[in-house]
Design a binder for this molecule. Structure first.
Ligand code: MG
Length: 255
């Protein structure tokens, strides 16, 4: 079932989303050569808790039988696509780091992700980050009442493939509200399903995951970290958005 949110509920989700946005702004400032992903995680945890919210990623059960997620952020470096576990690794010039995070405020979820360059990065990495953001923009432009979920998927996939990159297929966007993952699923590629029709008051996490090389991915031995099978870079761009009569509204707006 897809939940429809009232204006009041959207206002509550915006407050949760604002906290997530502030965390990502903090991460953008902190991502420099020399910092560890654990330091980023601690700073994110402190900001979320100081804001009166609950970090939603911490303790999420593992889909592959591993430990519950130990971080407040997912910190995915270079060829890591999503679900990287924060740790003692030190960021270095030329890396790219994807940070995904979520918070719950008054029972409502916000979920968003960005990929940051660490210092000066390659031209290809810069282009990857730009194309990933642009594919999100193309996707939300299709998030209007009357369209289908597949219209979002198609817009994302076309933009990415036109630029010579690929979209991850094993992981998808999702509805969001009082649960982090609600219906519908939002693939970043066109499959057989048209998907449900979009309506006012739906709230969605739209999140293209874009690879420089093949779309194929593996899960590492830690049963969390998803990596590209060819070892090439991957980027992620996500916001929680609302479908409204006046067009898509980003609930995790930071820049
Ligand atoms: Mg998400």
């Amino acid at each position: 079932m897809i939940t429809i949110k009232s204006q009041r509920e959207l206002d509550s989700m915006k407050r949760a989303g604002d906290i997530v946005a502030r965390v990502l702004l903090l991460m953008q400032e902190m991502v420099v050569p020399g910092v560890t992903t654990l330091e980023l995680d601690r700073a994110a945890a402190e900001l979320i808790r100081r804001s009166g919210a609950i970090p939603s990623f911490l303790g999420v059960p593992c889909a592959y039988g591993g430990i519950a997620f130990p971080g407040v952020i997912c910190a995915s470096l270079n060829e890591e696509v999503i679900h990287g576990i924060p740790g003692t690794r030190v960021l270095k010039e030329g890396d790219i780091l994807s940070v995904d995070t979520g918070a719950i405020l008054d029972g409502w979820h916000g979920d968003a992700a960005r990929t940051f360059p660490v210092g000066k990065v390659s031209q290809e990495a810069i282009r990857l980050l730009e194309v990933t953001k642009d594919s999100f923009e193309a996707g939300i432009a299709a998030a209007i009442p009357g369209n289908r979920v597949r219209d979002i998927s198609e817009a994302v996939q076309q933009l990415v493939e036109k630029n010579g990159f690929s979209v991850v297929r094993d992981f998808v966007g999702h509805g969001i509200g009082t649960e982090m993952h609600e219906e519908p699923q939002i693939p970043n590629y066109v499959g057989r399903e048209r998907g449900p029709r979009l309506a006012e008051g739906m709230t969605l996490a739209i999140e293209p995951m874009v690879n420089v090389g093949t779309w194929k991915v593996n899960v590492l031995q830690d049963k969390w970290t998803v990596v590209t099978v060819d070892g090439k870079f991957s980027a992620h761009y996500e916001n929680t958005i609302a479908v409204t009569a006046n067009g898509p509204l980003i609930l995790t707006q930071c820049w």
